[in-house]
Design a protein around this ligand. Structure first.
Ligand SMILES: Cc1ncc(COP(=O)(O)O)c(C=O)c1O
Length: 294
């Protein structure tokens, strides 16, 4: 099927969507993005994504004036691609536009390049059920990780290393503390209390993280937005990650160390249960949640 995409004001077949080699995104990774998951035609946290997008655009000093039209455009693209009954990702990218390559911003007449596409995004059933191993590496990223920048080379390099080691993510460590991972936020559990890095310039304020915090508040799980020391990771009972693609995924192994008995823990399971019921509805019952919660 030739998917339709949205590029600079028009819907068109992806095969006909061309971007100039002078695009600032191509030359400098000078842009920001969002990924929103659609559950059978219903966007998860669209408003929250828009708020974060505005912050990223402001942080990157990219002037884009069409924020209010984005929801309609994304919904329309889902409809045009006949994904209204699927689990789908919507990717939105905004770069500083097309101009001859130079470090200075182009003049104000240059409009941002706006690109939106959709793709199937099924849940990672095995991983959310059994959990994943992660590797730990120095956080070599910049000091504005709160901006959802398309400049993702450190994330890509570290994720590739994780995959090569049979892991599903890489935890970043900065100044001895676990910050986040290549495309997800991190939670640790000790004695039924959840710990997570506070929002700061060293982590992306995850929309799924926000949803997890809301769930915890509703069901009475205490959360401390305190970062976890990497050298104390062995003192925690559970770890899990959150993200638009990862959703809520248990972490059962850090490098060669199993987390407790190497199985997803009860706090993680409770949060998964709430999250998956809210997003997938009754289909999640077929995933034996009762067994998972145990
Ligand atoms: C570095 C990083 N942290 C956290 C997240 C999770 O954010 P969200 O829940 O909004 O997908 C992502 C998502 O891509 C990410 O790239």
């Amino acid at each position: 099927m030739n998917t339709l995409v949205y590029l600079n004001g028009q819907f068109m077949p992806k095969a006909k969507a061309f971007i100039s080699p002078d695009d600032r995104g191509f030359c400098f990774a000078d842009g920001v993005y969002e990924v929103i998951k659609y559950y059978k035609g219903k966007a998860f946290g669209f408003c929250d994504h828009l708020i974060r997008l505005k912050q990223s655009l402001a942080g990157a000093k990219i002037r884009f004036t069409g924020i209010n039209k984005l929801e309609e455009l994304c919904n329309e693209l889902i409809r045009l691609n006949k994904m209204g009954n699927e689990y789908a990702g919507v990717y939105l990218q905004f770069t500083r536009g097309v101009y001859q390559r130079m470090h200075r911003f182009p003049d104000e007449t240059v409009k941002p390049t706006v690109y939106i596409n959709t793709y199937l995004l099924a849940p990672f059933i095995q991983e959310i059920k059994y959990g994943i191993k992660v590797i730990l590496r120095e956080d070599i990223r910049w000091h504005r990780c709160d901006i959802k920048s398309i400049m993702l080379l450190p994330n890509v390099l570290m994720y590739e290393e994780a995959v090569k080691q049979g892991a599903g993510e890489c935890f970043f460590i900065r100044d001895g503390y676990i910050t986040e991972s290549t495309h997800s936020n991190i939670f640790a559990v000790k004695k039924d209390i959840i710990y997570t890095h506070p929002d700061s310039n060293h982590v992306l304020p995850g929309i799924t993280k926000k949803a997890v915090l809301r769930i915890c508040k509703r069901i009475g799980i205490v959360v401390k937005e305190d970062p976890v020391r990497a050298d104390e990771a062995n003192q925690y009972d559970e770890f899990f990650i959150s993200g638009t693609g990862s959703e809520v995924m248990p972490v059962i192994q850090l490098e060669n160390m199993f987390v407790k008995d190497g199985k997803p823990g009860p706090v993680t399971r409770r949060i998964q249960h709430e999250f998956f019921r809210a997003t997938y509805g009754e289909i999640a019952d077929d995933w034996d949640f009762k067994d998972w919660i145990g």
